[in-house]
Design a binder for this molecule. Structure first.
Ligand code: ZN
Length: 221
């Protein structure tokens, strides 16, 4: 384990990983506001089981998350519960993680960072081989349904310091990617950092979250 850190910065356009035991909570904070985070969660002792937005929508009969509701896995077991949300409460469960194909479609340079590649790299560094990228919980992402069947792409309404907190229902590994999207206007004025921390049952920070400092030699915000 590296030097304990009470709160791990997720640099703009990059991802970081924390481990949470059942009963602990994972808090994602939008430090500067207007930034989308892609949150992926894997069951610690069998990462072939992971959070699935599609299964969660079916489980809840809802399109978007809200406080008090659970997020289930691809085997339909509760993995996370949304226990606290200080943001305006706008989050997405419809949109897949951005990936190199998305950026190619948008005309970006081939090296444009993406949440999908961020996830694969972070997960591999923590011993989790990811071949199919799960559909994430896109915290602070503002993609409402319009006119019944359409999807609009709007800027994240989160304010500096807004946070969303998930309780782990099973021991899990959580990867948070600060979305690098800068060609579709979801990230306010442009990509900025996030922060992630692990809290114990009483709401205290866990130094174990410093594991997130481990990989990957990327620049700081
Ligand atoms: Zn993204």
């Amino acid at each position: 384990m590296t030097t304990p850190s009470p709160r791990t910065v997720v640099p703009a356009r990059h991802a970081r990983t924390v481990r949470a035991r059942a009963g602990q909570s994972v808090r994602v904070t939008d430090t500067r506001g207007g930034q989308v985070g892609d949150v992926f969660a894997f069951v610690a002792d069998d990462p072939t089981e992971y959070h699935s937005a599609a299964h969660t929508r079916a489980h809840l009969s809802r399109l978007f998350p809200r406080a008090g509701e659970v997020f289930v896995t691809n085997r339909r077991r509760p993995l996370l519960t949304l226990v606290e949300d200080t943001s305006p409460g706008v989050h997405d469960m419809l949109i897949p993680a951005c990936d190199p194909y998305r950026y190619a479609d948008l005309g970006a340079d081939p090296g444009h960072r993406s949440c999908a590649v961020n996830l694969v790299g972070e997960a591999a560094a923590h011993g989790i081989p990811v071949t199919d990228v799960p559909q994430p919980i896109n915290v602070f992402m503002n993609t409402p349904v319009v006119d019944g069947t359409g999807i609009d792409w709007r800027s994240a309404p989160s304010r500096p310091g807004d946070s969303i907190t998930f309780r782990a229902e099973l021991d899990c590994v959580v990867v948070v990617s600060a979305c690098p999207q800068d060609l579709v206007g979801i990230n306010g004025e442009g990509p900025t950092p996030l922060a992630v921390e692990v809290l114990d049952g009483s709401g205290r920070r866990q130094p174990a979250s410093a594991e997130a400092d481990a990989p990957s030699g990327e620049e700081q915000p």
